[in-house]
Design a protein around this ligand. Structure first.
Ligand SMILES: [Mn+2]
Length: 287
């Protein structure tokens, strides 16, 4: 199955060829298990709309990032029942990785989507580690009856691969047992306000090949107000950019997802910030 271009492309007014793209944006508007605020399924479309408001020249990286080539696929079909959706998503990702060399950026959707995204990357890359930016630990085995809950997003991958968590400031009694054991390195937000040290630590803990999963609630709610389960006291914009830049420059990033952005009536701050985040990351990456 060839990947068809979305009608509306991220940043660009017109689709380019996937083979000419350094980056491929894949919308995954899946939402089944959100437990509080809802609307993540509208996140990808809102984010792509907002991306048209970005300046094409990025003032921080001082590059015309779009010239590297960005292709946006049609949204993944999220109408399937949970049991079928996740295997189908895995197959789609597998196919994308085998047909294109472009670096994928997946946009959600709820964070459980990451469970379907990771297995093909884990299969392909020996010694892959995962940088997990989130307010929540997402290490539950099940939540409200589902293993595919947003609250379980990184549990399966943490059984096989190194997982480094930052921004964490909400942890269930049933998931704290996994912190700092086995493959899991958890940096609680309030214990890691020395960001220079945090940067050194995560660069040391991550392997050379990294998948980056970003829940926008890892940011402070003043930066990303539109998200299902906000928590006070997250990363401010420039602090997060500094960390992401260090990782993008020092590691080989093989995949990125940006999850849990949801449009808020009367405010477009979140989708604009999430679009800028993606464009900025593309600028940092030497793709
Ligand atoms: Mn979260």
């Amino acid at each position: 199955m060839p990947f068809k271009p979305a009608k509306k492309q991220f940043v660009l007014r017109k689709a380019i060829d996937l083979k000419d793209a350094a980056f491929v944006v894949v919308p995954v508007p899946y939402e089944k298990t959100t437990s509080y605020g809802q609307g993540t399924k509208y996140g990808p479309a809102a984010l792509i709309d907002a991306s048209w408001q970005l300046e094409l020249w990025d003032e921080e990286t001082k590059t015309d990032t779009w010239k590297k080539g960005i292709f946006t696929t049609q949204p993944v079909n999220c109408a399937l029942p949970e049991k079928k959706f996740f295997p189908q998503l895995e197959r789609t990702v597998e196919e994308l990785l085998s047909t294109s060399k472009a670096l994928p950026f997946f946009i959600g959707g709820e964070h459980s989507v990451t469970q379907g995204l990771l297995p093909p990357f884990i299969k392909r890359h020996k010694n892959l580690s995962i940088l997990h930016f989130d307010a929540h630990a997402d290490l539950r085995l099940t939540y409200e009856g589902s293993q595919h809950s947003h609250a379980c997003a990184v549990y399966p991958a943490s059984r096989t691969n190194r997982l480094v968590q930052i921004g964490i400031r909400s942890v269930g009694a049933d998931e704290k047992q996994f912190h700092n054991t086995g493959n899991v390195k958890t940096h609680l937000m309030h214990e890691n306000l020395d960001l220079k040290k945090l940067e050194r630590d995560i660069l040391h803990e991550l392997t050379d090949t990294v998948y980056l999963t970003i829940d926008v609630d890892g940011f402070d709610p003043s930066v990303m107000p539109g998200t299902g389960t906000p928590q006070p006291g997250g990363f401010m914009w420039y602090d997060a950019m500094k960390l992401f830049k260090a990782v993008c420059v020092n590691k080989k990033i093989v995949g990125v997802d940006v999850m849990e952005a949801l449009p808020v009536n009367g405010s477009n701050i979140t989708e604009l910030a999430a679009a800028k985040l993606i464009y900025r990351l593309m600028g940092y990456l030497n793709a």
